[in-house]
Design a protein. Structure first.
Length: 300
C-alpha cells in the first residue's frame, strides 16, 4: 500500500519511492550472460563446424576453416546414404541399434537385480563384494581388454556381437549398480516387511514392489546405456571382424580408409546422421534424466 508524503512525514517514515534496480546488478547480469553464451559457443563450435562442413564440397573443407560454407551442396548426404562399399547405411544403423538396445536391456535388468541384492538382501561377503565392485569403476578399460579378449576368443565369440552384449547381462557396469542401489536405499523398508507378511519372497518383492518404484533410476540407466553404447568405438573395433556386423562408427572409419581425403565431405555428412539418434533420444528423455539423477542419490 502506498503511503502519502504528509502521512509519512507525520509518523516519521520516509515516503515510498519507486524502486530502481541497481545498475551494478544489471551490468553484472549482462556480463554473466555474455560469458555463458561465449562458453556455450565454444563448447558447441566443433558440432557447428561439423554441421557446416557436411554441406561443403570436398575441395573446400580444408581451404575454408570457418563453419559457414562458401558453396552449399547436398551431394555429401547423397553419397553418405549410399553407404560404404557393400555395406548400406541402413545396415550400419541396424547393427548399431541392435547392440545399443541389447545393451540397454542387459544393463537395466541385471544392474537392477544386483542393486536390489546389495541394498536389501543380507548374505555373507556382501561388504567385500560391494567394495570390489566399486573398485572396478577405477580400472581403465584397457587394463582388462586383453584378458577379456582371451576369454572371448577361447569361447569362440570373436567376430560376433556377443562380447559387446553378453557382459551387460552380468551386471558388469558398477556405476549403474551403485546408482540404482542408492535409489533402492531410499525406498522405505516397511514395504518389504508388508510384502513379507503377505507371503512374498525376495524375487516377488523386487518384481512387484521395488522395480516399479525404481522408474527414475531405470530411465537414467537406459539413457546413459544407449548413449554410451551408441558412441562406443574401440571395443567394436576389437571384437567385430565380420563386415556384416560393423556398426555406424566402424563404417565411418572405413569411409576414410577406402577413399582417402577426397571423402571428408561424405564422412562428415554420415557423422551428422550418426549424431541425430543420440540428439533425438536425449531431447525426448531429458526431463527423465534430470529427475533420475536428482532422486537416485537421495536417502530416505
Amino acid at each position: 500500500m502506498t503511503v502519502s508524503t504528509e502521512t509519512a512525514l507525520a509518523i516519521g517514515v520516509s515516503p515510498d519511492r519507486p524502486r530502481r534496480r541497481a545498475p551494478r546488478k544489471t551490468i553484472g547480469s549482462i556480463v554473466w550472460h555474455v560469458v555463458c553464451l561465449a562458453l556455450l559457443v565454444g563448447l558447441l563450435y566443433p558440432v557447428i563446424w561439423l554441421l557446416g562442413s557436411s554441406f561443403k564440397p570436398g575441395t573446400e573443407i580444408l581451404a575454408n576453416p570457418s563453419p559457414i560454407p562458401w558453396e552449399l551442396t547436398f551431394d555429401n548426404f547423397a553419397v553418405a546414404l549410399e553407404g560404404v562399399g557393400p555395406l548400406s547405411l541402413w545396415q550400419l544403423f541396424g547393427n548399431s541399434i541392435s547392440i545399443s538396445v541389447l545393451t540397454v536391456i542387459g544393463n537395466v535388468f541385471s544392474c537392477a537385480l544386483a542393486a536390489f541384492a546389495f541394498a536389501r538382501l543380507k548374505f555373507r561377503g556382501r561388504g567385500f563384494l560391494f567394495g570390489f565392485m566399486i573398485m572396478t569403476i577405477m580400472l581403465p578399460m584397457h587394463v582388462v581388454l586383453i584378458p577379456q579378449f582371451i576369454i572371448f576368443n577361447n569361447l569362440g565369440m570373436i567376430g560376433t556381437i556377443l562380447p559387446l552384449v553378453l557382459p551387460k547381462f552380468l551386471a558388469t557396469e558398477a556405476f549403474f549398480v551403485f546408482l540404482m542401489m542408492q535409489f533402492v536405499r531410499g525406498i522405505p523398508k516397511e514395504l518389504d516387511e508388508a510384502a513379507l507378511i503377505d507371503g512374498a519372497g525376495p524375487f516377488r518383492t523386487f518384481w512387484s514392489i521395488i522395480l516399479p518404484l525404481m522408474r527414475p533410476s531405470l530411465v537414467t540407466t537406459t539413457i546413459f546405456s544407449f548413449i554410451w553404447s551408441w558412441d562406443d568405438f574401440f571395443p567394436q573395433l576389437i571384437y567385430l571382424q565380420d563386415p556384416n556386423t560393423y556398426t555406424l562408427q566402424l563404417g565411418l572409419r572405413l569411409f576414410v580408409d577406402q577413399t582417402s581425403a577426397s571423402s571428408f565431405g561424405p564422412m562428415f555428412a554420415m557423422s551428422v546422421l550418426a549424431i541425430l539418434p543420440v540428439v533425438i533420444f536425449f531431447a525426448v528423455f531429458q526431463r527423465y534424466l534430470v529427475d533420475g539423477m536428482a532422486t537416485s542419490g537421495l536417502k530416505g
